[in-house]
Design a protein around this ligand. Structure first.
Ligand SMILES: N[C@@H](CCC(=O)N[C@@H](CS)C(=O)NCC(=O)O)C(=O)O
Length: 205
């Protein structure tokens, strides 16, 4: 299995899940601006959308879109609890959060902050959309360690990525109760440390 990623991009969530689940994966670094894959080739030839995460499975088939890649990886190791079983309420809760992080946080905030299509007003509006969404997250983790059930799931991996980028772009999360402690809890996990540490070193190259 190969995971096409860019250091500290949203593909970090999929990388975290691979590490948490102990899945054997080959990491393929992509330069997003050119779509060049380190060592040769273009991401466009593997995923015409040109986006990470992109997962190429051992049979050569390609899976795209973070929420589907995350669920696929989690489902490879059901005992890990990273992705609760189909049909359980926890599974729908995980999907609910994946969708929220993907559309309301990743795209509504970060995409609109950074796309060249946004003018200054659109960028400010995107940044201003963050607190309301962080309030929803704070409410979701109130009285619990992670977003769903008792343990870390793929939804936490995605949210953790969002929170790390928020810190780097000056979105203050400290006034939202419980989020700093939640982030530290996630950051202390060995799989999260391994993935984040690796990508931070890659980003500094
Ligand atoms: N809809 C995709 C979007 C993923 C996405 O936005 N990835 C970014 C990095 S965080 C990317 O690859 N951007 C490059 C591009 O779209 O050209 C998903 O959910 O996986």
């Amino acid at each position: 299995m190969e995971l096409f990623y860019s250091p500290l991009a949203c593909s970090l969530a999929s990388h975290i899940v691979c590490r948490e689940a102990g899945l054997p994966v080959t990491l393929r670094r992509v330069t997003l601006s050119t779509k060049e894959i380190e060592g040769g080739g273009s991401l466009f030839d593997i995923n015409p959308k040109g986006a990470v995460p992109t997962l190429r499975r051992d049979d050569g088939s390609v899976l795209t879109e973070g929420p589907s890649v995350l669920q696929y990886l989690g489902d490879l190791k059901p005992a890990s609890g990273l992705c609760p079983a189909f049909g359980t309420d926890d599974r729908y809760r995980v999907v609910e959060w994946l969708n929220f992080v993907s559309t309301e946080m990743h795209k509504r905030v970060f995409y609109m902050m950074f796309t060249p299509e946004s003018d200054d007003a659109a960028k400010s509006a995107a940044r201003a959309a963050a607190p309301k969404r962080l309030d929803i997250v704070a409410n979701g983790i109130k009285g619990r360690d992670y977003l769903v059930g008792d343990g870390f799931t793929v939804a936490d991996a995605y949210l953790f990525w969002w929170l790390t980028l928020a810190a780097r772009v000056g979105i203050d999360t400290s006034m939202h109760a419980g989020i700093e402690a939640y982030k530290s809890r996630c950051a202390a996990r060995p799989g999260v440390q391994a993935a984040f540490g690796y990508e931070a070193a890659q980003a500094a190259r």
